[in-house]
Design a protein around this ligand. Structure first.
Ligand SMILES: [Zn+2]
Length: 328
């Protein structure tokens, strides 16, 4: 199955303007002015690209904010833009057959569907789509928040090579990130990732906590800790990988360790393991600022405790000391 990495640019009427007050047959959050897409093969290789400008029909005057962001002008859209139905036809012809859509964020597909409906067409050919942000968060352990594309590129160490806020440029960069993800696995785990995303927004995070991630489905404590040790933490400020120290156990299946960014100092990682109804373990992983009270408590704790050893200890046979009968 081919993946189509899609990005759209859309125009919104200026709030309070005549256009904004206009009631459309289908309420849209934005009128599409540019469609950009990259075809990615199952093995993650970028195959080919698509881009088309769309001449807006309902919100004809470009919002100055949109114009500034995208670099697009009214005149150019009038001259080069196709009417939406024609642009969409070209896009569908280019896609060819069935595909899985990937987008950076939740907005693009909804906006595409609404625009199709507004033009009296049916979006029923859009069968499966995934927000790559969710897969990215699940597979990089970078927390639940929706990251800007530029932040994700930085975390992956990818140097941007195309213009930002250009539909094809953004789609291309999204494809580069996607090519580093295990998409099959990500799609399999998507519902769980979506749930974690929702979980992340329920309730306020504790004081000093900068990110919260929930992991599911570990057989036992050893498997859970093994998985936690394989996750690379990233500095919330610069995205650099942060090596962490040994874990310290606390009561109630809690563990703590300190991670450190060379530029931004230390961050506390706290884990809490919980049994789920199906018997597997869930891990709540929280990242705290180095100056938080939680980090101070960590300092107090380590003064009195020994860390867990990194590998599962195999009991070493004590070497016998003392006198040997060695025929002196
Ligand atoms: Zn940093």
């Amino acid at each position: 199955m081919q993946y189509i990495v899609l990005d759209l640019e859309w125009n919104q009427p200026w709030p309070g303007s005549y256009a904004a007050k206009r009631v459309l047959p289908v309420q849209i959050r934005g009128e599409i002015i540019q469609i950009g897409a990259v075809r990615m093969l199952e093995d993650g290789t970028v195959a080919d690209e698509f881009q088309v400008l769309v001449c807006p029909k309902f919100y004809k005057k470009l919002n100055s904010r949109v114009s500034k962001l995208t670099g697009l002008r009214d005149a150019r859209l009038r001259e080069e833009g196709l009417p939406f139905p024609e642009a969409l036809k070209r896009f569908r012809d280019w896609i060819g057959g069935d595909c899985i859509f990937l987008t950076w964020g939740f907005d693009d597909i909804t906006i595409l569907e609404d625009n199709i409906l507004l033009h009296d067409d049916e979006p029923d050919w859009i069968r499966s789509w995934y927000n790559a942000q969710m897969i990215f968060n699940a597979q990089t352990g970078c927390g639940n928040n929706q990251k800007a594309l530029s932040t994700a590129l930085e975390i992956c160490g990818i140097e941007p090579c195309r213009p930002a806020h250009d539909a094809l440029g953004d789609a291309y960069h999204t494809a580069l990130i996607c090519s580093r993800l295990d998409l099959k696995q990500g799609i399999e785990d998507y519902e769980a990732a979506l749930q974690r995303h929702k979980d992340g927004f329920h309730g306020n995070p504790p004081e000093g906590c900068v990110s919260r991630t929930v992991f599911h489905g570990y057989e036992d404590k050893e498997k859970a800790m093994e998985a936690m040790n394989s996750i690379t933490s990233h500095c919330p400020q610069c995205g650099a990988a942060m090596p962490n120290g040994p874990w310290y156990a606390q009561e109630g299946r809690r563990y703590m360790t300190m991670a450190e960014c060379a530029r931004h100092g230390r961050y506390l990682i706290r884990l809490r393991l919980q049994k789920e109804p199906d018997g597997t373990l869930q891990v709540n992983r929280l990242l705290y600022e180095g100056a938080s009270d939680a980090a101070k408590r960590f300092d107090e704790l380590i003064a009195t405790r020994r860390p867990l050893s990194r590998s599962t200890p195999t009991r070493r046979r004590r070497r016998r000391r003392g006198p040997r009968s060695s025929g002196e």
